[in-house]
Write a new protein. Structure first.
Length: 484
């Protein structure tokens, strides 16, 4: 048994609180029990008291069996155990099981040590499965991360329909992974990437990819225990759209690739504008987003079925000048995930006036949707975003829109704040319009207009004194008596 003083000491040394350290100590004890014939992942899951509280009986064991046998790649548990034990405490290297300290270090490396350590564990797992190759096919890495995202959900979801989950995974696998696989392959040569290639690509293009492993390990060890202030990573969550999407109905698997680009795309999405529901009108698009403040995704499907767009975290407003913050980026999602991050050289992020533009200049934005929403432009370079083709290499810069959607993202709280900001902006706008239409004291207005001096009433002066011109009391107005 580990004393309270020892637990406190370990909590000071490692990025876990006391309750988590206690759980990890129990887990280590279970793993090193040679009489326990369970698999590595099963031992981890069943060592937690949370597993029996939220999934009583043998339900957790069943979940782990589904994950190991039908979701994760064959031999993953052995590769993970080896990856968690490398480069630590040489004096323990030849022992039959890892020491407690080695185990704590290994768990921390899966997420709590940060993005790069988690990427290292992912790389090592793939390298071990590929006979320790120093260059790997991009498909091996992306396949593992995609499967980890499913496995993480199965571990904690209230109702795990094994057949449904597996059918969904297999049916969407190729589509979900293709954009990421092509993107990562471009970072290397001949479809193979080195460890350095992988790290650099993940940092610039898919910073959330490592969270697939981190979330899986967190759910396996602590289940639904979410202590956000203790987590040094953002939990990976598939988007939950509150409305039908024309774009993602046909390309739903690409949501996985998109979610790897920023933590602000995890969880709830709220539709702000859809060409299908609101109409192909720039006025309707602007009305839908003006005043909204928060993470926002603009996604466009072209008539050639390419998907491009931009992500921004700002308050939307009409302005003659550019505005926005440096956390935004442009992207190509399909056929190849490519992210164009800010260069820092210029700050021309958003220009919303007659049309909607991103990057570039007022005369030539990098990505531009004119007021007609026809003959749009997607350029190759500007000073605000990194250089590269928003559309595939074989396409021209001009395109037509098949579908365009704008989504508020960032989760329930961020969306609520954004909608409140939009509602407030609409109140201000409506009030200004009303004030412009209603004039309480009309005397100054009449005095300014001076209708009596206008030609409209000139005939009244000219008619006075004429014998043949009299007031018509019956009908109102004047009557001219004409001779017979």
């Amino acid at each position: 048994m580990t004393s309270e003083a020892e637990l406190n000491k370990l909590a000071d040394r490692y990025p876990f609180d006391i309750s988590e350290i206690e759980q990890l100590v129990r887990c280590h004890s279970t793993i090193t029990d040679t009489k326990n014939a369970d698999t590595f992942l099963t031992k981890i899951a069943l060592s937690s008291p949370y597993s029996y509280f939220f999934l009583p009986g043998d339900e957790m064991r069943r979940r782990v069996e589904i994950v190991e046998d039908q979701i994760l790649p064959s031999g993953f548990a052995s590769c993970l155990r080896a990856a968690m034990s490398v480069d630590l405490f040489v004096d323990c290297a030849n022992e039959g099981h890892p020491s407690l300290e080695r185990f704590l270090e290994g768990v921390a490396d899966c997420g709590q040590r940060g993005h790069k350590e988690a990427l290292r564990v992912i790389w090592d797992c793939c390298s071990y499965s590929a006979a320790f190759e120093d260059k790997l096919e991009s498909s091996i890495i992306i396949d593992l991360c995609y499967r980890l995202s499913f496995a993480a959900d199965v571990i904690i979801s209230p109702d795990a329909d094994a057949k449904g989950i597996i059918a969904k995974l297999e049916s969407e696998h190729d589509s979900a992974c293709s954009a990421l696989e092509r993107s990562l392959a471009h970072a290397g040569e001949g479809g193979y990437v080195s460890k350095a290639n992988f790290f650099l690509w993940a940092e610039n293009t898919a910073p959330m990819l490592s969270s697939t492993l981190s979330t899986f390990m967190h759910n396996l060890l602590f289940h639904v225990k979410l202590v956000k202030h203790r987590l040094n990573f953002v939990l990976f969550q598939q988007p939950k759209l509150d409305q039908h999407s024309d774009i993602f109905e046909a390309h739903h698997p690409n949501l996985f690739a998109l979610c790897c680009t920023t933590p602000s795309l995890a969880g709830d999405w709220h539709n702000l504008y859809s060409r299908q529901f609101h109409g192909a009108s720039m006025n309707r698009l602007q009305y839908s987003i003006l005043g909204y403040k928060g993470p926002t995704l603009v996604v466009i499907e072209t008539d050639q079925e390419h998907i491009i767009g931009g992500f921004f975290n700002t308050k939307w407003k009409k302005s003659h000048d550019y505005y926005g913050e440096g956390s935004g980026f442009l992207f190509q999602l399909f056929p190849t995930l490519t992210v164009f991050n800010p260069t820092g050289e210029d700050k021309n992020f958003i220009h919303l006036q007659d049309g909607l533009g991103f990057g570039g200049s007022k005369n030539m934005p990098r990505l531009f949707i004119p007021a007609s929403m026809e003959a749009c432009n997607a350029g190759v370079m500007d000073k605000t975003f990194q250089t590269g083709n928003l559309l595939p290499d074989d396409c021209l810069e001009k395109f037509n829109i098949k579908s365009i959607e704008v989504w508020g993202t960032g989760g329930e709280e961020a969306i609520s704040k954004g909608l409140a900001s939009r509602a407030k902006q609409r109140e201000i706008t409506d009030s200004a319009i009303y004030q412009a239409r209603v004039v309480k004291d009309k005397k100054p207005l009449v005095g300014d207009i001076n209708l009596l001096d206008t030609p409209l009433y000139k005939h009244r002066e000219e008619a006075r004194g004429r014998s043949d011109f009299s007031v018509d009391e019956q009908h109102g107005g004047y009557r001219l008596e004409r001779g017979q």
